[in-house]
Design a protein around this ligand. Structure first.
Ligand SMILES: [Zn+2]
Length: 214
């Protein structure tokens, strides 16, 4: 038996997110949408975030611009500009644990994810930092990611999978992926593996040295 938590980053997108929501509803799977502030600042995108929350999905913060990994930013106000501004737009749709996922730039985990100022900001404001352990690079391989992801997830007890509700064509294969996982004996859940959350509701629960530029 293996378990998978689904997360969808960098949306919402009018041409893609509705189809993802339809697929998840049909499959009765709850997921997390890590949204971009610059997208949900637009009304058409706000509506999609609201629909996702209405349907039981969790809404997380994935920075405002998604341009520079926060650990590489020289701007002393980057935490407020990227995290605070997005959280204000998410507003009451936020999960109570205030979920934040840093921009990995290609799905990479390392000290580029945040700087010390950002880490302190997350702790001070009670955020939960949600990383990941499986990135099948759906943006590079819109056809093949599902097979890659299934193979990887079968090797791990509990995978936190990063997908993207972006117009790459990759999400056309989401339903098939879900079916293949279930045929292979896998199950879906909405919460996260503890080793993917170095900050939990403002508390540093795992050493941050691997994720913070000093
Ligand atoms: Zn991203």
């Amino acid at each position: 038996m293996f378990e998978i938590t689904l997360s969808f980053d960098n949306g919402p997108e009018p041409g893609v997110t509705p189809g993802v929501l339809d697929t998840l509803a049909k499959a009765e799977i709850g997921a997390t949408f890590f949204v971009l502030g610059r997208k949900i600042a637009e009304p058409a995108h706000t509506l999609l975030m609201e629909r996702a929350a209405d349907e039981g999905h969790w809404i997380g913060n994935h920075t405002y611009t998604h341009q520079t990994p926060l650990g590489l930013s020289a701007d002393p106000k980057v935490a407020e500009a990227e995290v605070g501004r997005t959280q204000a737009l998410i507003g009451s749709l936020s999960h109570p644990d205030r979920l934040f996922r840093p921009f990995g730039d290609g799905g990479l985990i390392g000290p580029h994810l945040m700087n010390r100022t950002v880490a302190e900001y997350l702790k001070h404001h009670g955020f939960t930092c949600v990383l990941w352990n499986e990135v099948p690079r759906d943006w590079e391989d819109p056809e093949g990611w599902a097979a890659t992801a299934l193979e990887a997830c079968r090797q791990r007890t509990w995978s936190l999978l990063v997908l993207h509700d972006l117009p790459t064509g990759a999400m056309l294969h989401l339903e098939r992926f879900i079916n293949d996982v279930r045929v292979a004996g896998g199950r879906f859940r909405q919460d996260y593996p503890p080793d993917c959350m170095p900050i939990l509701r403002g508390q540093e629960v795992l050493p941050l040295t691997n994720y913070v530029t000093e």
